[in-house]
Design a protein. Sequence first.
Length: 354
Amino acid sequence: MGLFTSPASNTSFGIQAPIIQINQYPLWGEYVALALYFTEIAGMLMAIIGLMEISGKFTAFVRRASVGAFIASVLALLFFDLDLGKPASAILAPAEAFIYFAFSWMARGIIFVGGLLLFSFLYMILSLLNVKNRWVRGIIAIIGMFAGIFSTTYSGFELAATTGIPFWNNGGLPALYLADGIFASTGLAYLIALVGNGEDIIRARVTLTKLMFYSTIGILATWFLFLASVNYLNVFNQVAYGYLLSQITFYVDMALTAITLIISGIGYMSTTRLLLVFRQKMPESAVGQTPIIDIPNLIKYIMIAAAVFALVAGFLTRADVLFAGQYAYQLSPITPFQSVSNQPIPIGSFGWRG
């Protein structure tokens, strides 16, 4: 495999002797995993808020959720800064990122996440001040929605474009990260909508119960797509795949997701069954809009477990892929480089890092 490889445990890959590894540049650890996690939480929660704002039927819920989206955006920025070690450099980062926007997914990510932070803050202020202008609220919400979607997916495109790192260079990764963002943010959104009996809150609770079911199917489908797309011609992709399957966190992730599918499926069936029963009992002469029916209390509180499981599984999905690729990268014979400001910079060694 080359003179500079080190052994992969329990495999025949690499030289079976103690040697100095060359791929020991600063890598992405827990701070980056948390930063990407809170980015997807903030991003897709903002996307949910944007769609609900457009409908105009979830005013009380979006007011609460806007605070959650902004806090998650701040946490994402905080963990990025903790990893990079030079928070003051982040002040000029957006201006510098515009220069390299056409060439770098990292530059695009700075713009997207910065936009998410800005527009989640603006929308939160409009909601808390109860601004009635639908045009202003709608425009800010729509921009925030797109910033959220792009913020959630950019990291998937960034990792997939890093062809030198095994396991990351997979076209299914952006879809997996998008599905994961919807899945985890729906869990948080449900917890936000848990308390309250107003019509807006009940409608949000029912809608999010259904979305939880569909998003769980989505995350399982995209996990299958991602794993089925692993290119085994690169032996270190196989090393990363084996490492992933050896980690207890992967099986915890899959177990929590499967349990969430079962619970949210029960919740989804309860909402459709109640609606059918109500329509059968409703007299033919009844006119007007059908009132919103809340889900049964038992299902409502069981869904709390599904929401928490979604939040935990969402983080594990981000972290498992991030760490599996880096594990195989440290065993590979060639150090990949990326072009930043026309200078070859080893992956993991970035200008902000202290």
